[in-house]
Write a new protein. Structure first.
Length: 377
């Protein structure tokens, strides 16, 4: 059985000024810090879960993996510095620059994770965060992620010794060439930016355009194009630049829906049209589904070709399409019942043939006499 010679091991460490021992202590300390941080993160996560704030939950979820990675990067970097000072090996000289790049990447990763977690929390609690809808949350998330990535690239280049001022100067000149080469892409980008800024519609809205054959529910708003689900369930992809040159209706933002119908009764029922109109007005005024703060009219409008026409003009309280159609059906059926209750009926196209009385005949037609044949004598 092998026996460990502790005295020889101790002399080995002393001969090398204890740097191997120091590296071992650093790695053990790093491992201990890793375990301690896991315990701290679990307790913080449990405490934040009892709060109603979205930011703390997103922060702790985004922090877990990056902070543990930073601990190991710091520990290994410190151990590498010790080894480089003792041995002078060239391989350890690159530790500082590698460490800086890794720290930049990890910090950027944490920021992107935090932005993503906040977006996910907002979208999952859309009913409680009324100040931010899905479209706004996605727009801010994309914008902040782009800022983080650009900042990380610039800082990394500065760390490696590149001149950012020269890069920016080159970008000013090269941006013109890129702009001409990718004008359609830039037009779509700025079109998407204006959608996020002006917010003519958002994800979930029903939109349509009288200028283009575009109608459906918005599913996704990207930086280049917007995806719309048509009512026959086909996806429609519209470049964002299109919305800057067309008119867009947003029926989802209606406050009411309108009932506008023309109904005609027979000419023979002209004696009761006033009572019919009064009863219809009373019915609509007392209907709980009809908006009282909007225009409500029931008026005789014209003498039709075969009917006496009147119109009804009112608004429902609901904007839901299915409920509106049901309310409209009930209103029209009730109006038909009111018309029938007065002994009248709804007119349909008819033609009346007016035949004047026959003129008196002053001259009677004479019938010519025919010769009578007799016996010849």
């Amino acid at each position: 059985m092998a026996v460990i010679d502790y005295e020889a091991l101790f002399r080995f460490i002393q001969d090398r000024d204890g740097w191997i021992f120091h590296i071992g202590l650093i790695l053990l300390a790093t491992l201990a810090a890793h375990g301690l941080m896991q315990v701290v993160l679990k307790r913080l996560e449990a405490g934040f879960a009892r709060t109603t704030t979205l930011w703390d939950d997103a922060f702790i979820l985004a922090l877990r993996t990056p902070v543990l990675l930073i601990i190991w990067v710091a520990g290994i970097s410190f151990a590498g510095d010790v080894a480089q000072n003792e041995t002078g090996a060239a391989i350890f000289k690159a530790i500082d620059s590698i460490r800086d790049l890794i720290v930049i990447v990890v910090v950027s990763w944490f920021c992107i994770r935090f932005i993503r977690e906040v977006e996910r929390k907002i979208l999952s609690n859309a009913s409680s965060t009324r100040h931010l809808d899905e479209t706004t949350a996605q727009a801010l998330s994309k914008l902040l992620k782009a800022v983080v990535i650009i900042a990380a690239v610039l800082v990394a280049m500065q760390t490696r010794g590149f001149s950012i001022s020269g890069l920016l100067a080159f970008g000013g000149v090269g941006g013109l060439a890129v702009g001409f080469a990718a004008k359609d892409m830039l037009a779509n980008f700025f079109g998407g930016f204006m959608i996020y800024l002006d917010r003519p519609f958002k994800v979930g809205d029903w939109i349509r355009s009288p200028d283009k054959n575009i109608e459906g529910v918005v599913e996704y708003i990207g930086w280049r194009q917007t995806r719309i689900r048509t009512f026959d369930q086909r996806p429609l992809y519209v470049p964002n630049a299109t919305f800057s040159s067309i008119s867009v209706e947003n029926p989802s933002r209606m406050r009411n829906r309108r009932i506008n119908e023309v109904i005609g009764i027979r000419y023979r029922d002209a004696h009761c049209i006033t009572q019919i109109l009064d009863d219809i007005r009373d019915y609509l005024a007392n209907n709980p589904e009809i908006a009282k703060d909007r225009t409500l009219m029931v008026n005789f409008t014209r003498f039709g070709g075969s009917s006496l026409d009147f119109f009804i003009y009112c608004f429902t309280k609901t904007t839901d399409w299915v409920m509106f159609e049901q309310i409209k059906e009930n209103v029209l059926l009730r109006i038909m019942t009111i018309i029938h209750s007065h002994g009248a009926d709804i007119a349909f196209p008819t033609t009346t043939l007016d035949i004047p009385d026959p003129l008196p005949m002053s001259v009677q037609a004479e019938t010519p006499e025919e010769p009578v044949e007799g016996d010849a004598s």
